[in-house]
Design a protein around this ligand. Structure first.
Ligand code: GMT
Length: 375
C-alpha cells in the first residue's frame, strides 16, 4: 500500500511513534511518504520505499502567523497525486487532522478519494485540543476522519469525555521494536556518568510542565540520601532552567547531569537502574516503555495510560500525582536490594515485550485495509 504519514518531526512521542511505524511499514513492503516540515529525527534512512517530502511555509510579512495548515494540505494534495497515495495517516490531531481533511476535500474535487486515519496521542486531546479556542476544529477533525485511533484506553475515555465524538475510536497501543534490544546491554560508557558503586536514575522528556520536573528532582533528592546515585536528565524544554535552579538550591549539582536532547537515549537507558516518570498526565508513556525494554524499572504516577504500561509491583511502582515521598520510598525499595533490582529489571523487560512491534503494526495494517475497502 502507498501510505502518507503526517507527524511532528521532533523528539516528542507522537513523532517517534509515527516514524517507527513508517519504518516498520516500509520493511513490510509498503511505500511510505513522510510529509512534514523537517526530516523526522528518528528516521534512519530514506530508502527505496521511504520518502520524505518537506512542507515549506514561505515567510510573508503580512502574516502574523505563517499558515502551516494551508501549506501542509497543499503539499498533501500534490504528493497524493504525484505518488498515487492510497491512505493518509495523520498523527496528532492539531493541526494535522484538520489539514488532512482539507486535502481530502480538495482531492475529491478532482475525483480522487482516499481514507484518512487520525491517531490521537494525548496532549492533542487532554491539553491543547480541549482548549476552547481549538475545540470545535478538533471535534470536527475527529468526526470527519475515516478511522480514529488512540494510544490507550485511557485516552479513548478522555476523548469521549471531553469531545462530542460520534466516531468509533480504536485503541492501538504504542509499541517497541524489541528485536533491536536483544543482547543490547552496553555498559562500556557507564563509567562516564557514574562510578561502579553508584546507581543511575534517569528521566527523559521534553521538560514541559505536564512532566512535573520538580517532582523528578525531589524524588531523586530523597533517594540519594539513602542510596549512592546519580540522576541523568535527558531532554530539553521550558522547565529545564527551573530544574537546574532547584538542583543548585538542594546542593546536589555534583549528582545531577543534564544531557539535553540526545539521539543516544537507548545507550543512557541501557546502563540505567531506574526510570522516573512522575507526570501530571500521560496518555501512554512511551518513554516508560523505552526504559522498560532496556530492562529499567519505572517509578511513575498512576495517571492516564500509565497503568496500561507500567505494572504495579512488577515492572515498577505507580503512585498518585505529586506523592513524591511514596515514589522515593518505592524507588529505594527497588534499588537497595540487588536481587530485588534484578527481578524488577527482568520484569520490566518482559512487560515491554508485550508491546512488540510485530504484534502492533498489523493492527494498523488491518485498519488501513478496511478503510480502503470501505471507501
Ligand atoms: O509527552 C509529550 O509531551 C509529547 C507527546 C507527543 O504528542 O509527542 O506525547 C504524547 O504521545 C506519546 C506517544 O503516543 C505518548 O506516549 C505520551 O504519553 C503523550 N504525552 C502525554 O500525554 C503528556
Amino acid at each position: 500500500m502507498k501510505i502518507a504519514i503526517v507527524c511532528y518531526p521532533t523528539f516528542g512521542g507522537s513523532g517517534v511513534v509515527a516514524t517507527e511505524l513508517g519504518m516498520a511499514l516500509s520493511k513490510r513492503g509498503h511505500e511510505v511518504h513522510f510529509i512534514t516540515y523537517k526530516q523526522p529525527v528518528r528516521l534512519e534512512q530514506l530508502s527505496g520505499n521511504i520518502h520524505f517530502h518537506e512542507v515549506n511555509v514561505p515567510e510573508y510579512p503580512l502574516f502574523h502567523y505563517q499558515p502551516y495548515e494551508l501549506a501542509l494540505s497543499s503539499k498533501l494534495v500534490d504528493m497524493v497525486k504525484l505518488h498515487k497515495i492510497e491512505m493518509l495517516h495523520v498523527h496528532y490531531a492539531i493541526p494535522h487532522a484538520y489539514a488532512g481533511y482539507m486535502a481530502k476535500k480538495m482531492l475529491e474535487e478532482e475525483g480522487i478519494f482516499l481514507p484518512m486515519m487520525t491517531t490521537l496521542h494525548g496532549t492533542d486531546i487532554t491539553l491543547v485540543g480541549n482548549h476552547p479556542f481549538y475545540k470545535p476544529a478538533v471535534t470536527f477533525s475527529i468526526n470527519n476522519s475515516d478511522v480514529v485511533t488512540s494510544v490507550s484506553q485511557s485516552l479513548k475515555a478522555d476523548t469521549l469525555r471531553l469531545f462530542k465524538v460520534r466516531q468509533e475510536i480504536e485503541v492501538i497501543p504504542n509499541f517497541i521494536d524489541t528485536s533491536k534490544y536483544v543482547n543490547s546491554v552496553s555498559n562500556c560508557q557507564r563509567s562516564m556518568l557514574a562510578s561502579g558503586d553508584e546507581k543511575i536514575i534517569t528521566h527523559v522528556s521534553n521538560f514541559r510542565k505536564v512532566k512535573r520536573i520538580d517532582d523528578v528532582v525531589m524524588i531523586f533528592y530523597n533517594i540519594q540520601k539513602e542510596i549512592k546515585s546519580k540522576l541523568i536528565m535527558v531532554g530539553q524544554g521550558p522547565e529545564r532552567e527551573m530544574a537546574e535552579e532547584l538542583v543548585a538550591e538542594l546542593g546536589i549539582e555534583d549528582k545531577v547531569l543534564f544531557l539535553g536532547e540526545s539521539n543516544e537515549i537507548d545507550k543512557v537507558l541501557s546502563f540505567s537502574d531506574l526510570f522516573l516518570l512522575p507526570s501530571e498526565n500521560e496518555s501512554f508513556g512511551l518513554a516508560a516503555l523505552e526504559a522498560m525494554v532496556n530492562a529499567v524499572p519505572v517509578i511513575s504516577t498512576n495517571t492516564g495510560g500509565l497503568p496500561e504500561v507500567n505494572r504495579q509491583a512488577f515492572s515498577g511502582y505507580l503512585s498518585e500525582v505529586g506523592n513524591v515521598s511514596e515514589m522515593a520510598k518505592n524507588a529505594i525499595s527497588i534499588l537497595k536490594d540487588k536481587t530485588n533490582l534484578a527481578r524488577f529489571k527482568e520484569n520490566a523487560r518482559n512487560q515491554a515485550f508485550t508491546f512488540d512491534i510485530q504484534t502492533i503494526v498489523p493492527l494498523y495494517e488491518n485498519l488501513y485495509k478496511k478503510a480502503v475497502e470501505d471507501l
